[in-house]
Design a protein around this ligand. Sequence first.
Ligand SMILES: [Zn+2]
Length: 132
Amino acid sequence: MGRVERHLRYFERFDARARILARVELVSETGCWIWMGSVSPAGYGEAGSRFSVRSADRLSYEAFVGPIPDGLELDHLCRVRCCVAPYHLEPVTHAVNVDRGRIARWLPGSGTPGDAGGCVSFGGSRLVLAER
Ligand SMILES: [Zn+2]
């Protein structure tokens, strides 16, 4: 990789971080970064350009931590689906992700299935954290 290319990569990554930080609200009690952009019906953050829509949690992980290994999904350790805090995301296999979700449903205070993981759409684009 050439010098100029390396610089471009650096700025792209830096720029991605700035764009993510501009669209989150920090919840100091939990450390969650609540995605304030659009959210899928299931409660996951979405970042769209004119060309594509990508999940906000994956973008955040890639921008702050690094590439997600092939075939792995991001598990939200805080169980807040619209959270994009890189330290709340862990790449796991689909099987592990499903298992953990199943366990989490039995824990007191966790969301019930179908409640979008504590994330509620408000006015189309803003989000509020549902009472948990
Ligand atoms: Zn979180």
